[in-house]
Design a protein around this ligand. Structure first.
Ligand code: GLU
Length: 333
């Protein structure tokens, strides 16, 4: 049996690294992490429970659009909570930062993604579009109010533009989730009682469930992440999707709550803001450099893919960059 020898860490004292070195690191991460057996598929959504647990892919997209792909990077899987990032950007575009801060907020709850307790505790205090309550509220804000067809088109157009290609609605996932989303239904109606939902609760819940059921590949997600890293210009389509000032805003939201109650541990150990979904995907943003996505269905107890976390951590450690490192802006005398 071949013995796996990892590539040595780059001599990164000057914060320099080549694309070739990064490609070797991504390859090593794949080899190193593919044997990880921990975690379980999301059990509460039947479609996700029966997904092949062996699937594993990684994709990295540089801000010039060049990509590194390995494994099942073309496999289509449920976007789930990663869709929250796209719709947060959409309402930031439609309403502006101050209004979104007022109507939803940008605070980490420190609780699970579907926490009702968080809503009860924060009834007069905003949360964030990146947990279920804030995401359902964000969907409710998408214009035009009351027009389900137009709202859905706007949500899909935005996701497709961020991903650089058409995403696929997974009908079976949607039905599977719609049949058992009682907790999310409670959230939608609880928000209504606190005046924190801005369209019909059932309409908003349904569109939220639909956006979670959009199917994406690692390549599409790394393009989405690279668009954020690239200040709003999709590097594969060369199209501006949002204004550059929104990049640090959405990245800060990902940093504070992207891995739910494990977000602090994640940031501490990986150094990259990221967002996960219970479909097994994780999308990370390294501002100005690249977007990265990894996918493997088995999750930890907080709902974050075990293998995808391990792969991205491995890559970040070897690449040797960290968003909290010395920033490159020079202050003149
Ligand atoms: N659709 C899932 C839910 O609402 C999304 C959760 C997640 O991906 O974190 O439960």
């Amino acid at each position: 049996m071949a013995v796996y020898t990892p590539t040595p860490a780059p001599e990164n004292m000057e914060n320099r690294i080549s694309k070739k070195q990064i490609a070797e690191i991504v390859n090593d991460a794949y080899e190193h992490c593919k044997r990880i057996k921990e975690g379980n598929n999301a059990g509460y959504i039947p479609f996700l429970a029966k997904e092949n647990s062996e699937l594993f892919g990684i994709s990295l997209c540089f801000v010039d659009g060049e990509m590194i792909n390995i494994g099942d990077h073309e496999h289509i899987f449920g976007m789930e909570s990663i869709s929250k990032v796209a719709t947060a950007l959409l309402v930031l575009k439609e309403y502006g930062c101050e209004t979104v801060l007022k109507m939803i907020g940008a605070d980490a709850t420190g609780m699970p993604y579907n926490s009702i307790m968080a809503i009860l505790l924060e009834k007069d205090h905003p949360s964030t579009p990146l947990v279920n309550a804030g995401a359902i509220a964000a969907v409710s804000m998408v214009r035009p109010t009351g027009n389900k067809g137009q709202k859905w088109k706007s949500i899909c157009d935005n996701v497709n533009a961020l991903c650089g290609s058409r995403t696929e609605f997974i009908e079976e996932l949607y039905h599977s989730e719609a049949l058992c989303n009682f907790n999310n239904r409670s959230i939608a109606w609880l928000l209504k009682s606190y005046n924190r939902i801005y369209d019909d609760p059932e309409l908003s819940l349904d569109l939220y469930t639909k956006q979670c059921s959009l199917g994406v590949t690692c390549q599409q997600l790394s393009t989405f992440a690279a668009t954020i890293a690239n200040g709003g210009v999709n590097p594969t389509s060369n199209t501006r999707i949002f204004e550059s000032h929104l990049s640090p805003k959405i990245t800060s939201m990902m940093a504070s709550v992207g891995l739910y109650e494990h977000s602090g541990d994640w940031l501490f150990s990986s150094g990259i803001p990221a967002k996960t979904g219970v479909g097994g995907g994780i999308m990370g943003v390294l501002p100005g450099l690249f977007g990265i996505a990894a996918f493997a269905p088995p999750l930890d107890e907080a709902g974050n893919s075990v293998k995808a976390q391990a792969a991205i951590k491995f890559i970040m450690k070897k690449v040797g960059f960290n968003i909290f490192d010395n920033c490159s802006i020079r202050i003149d005398e």
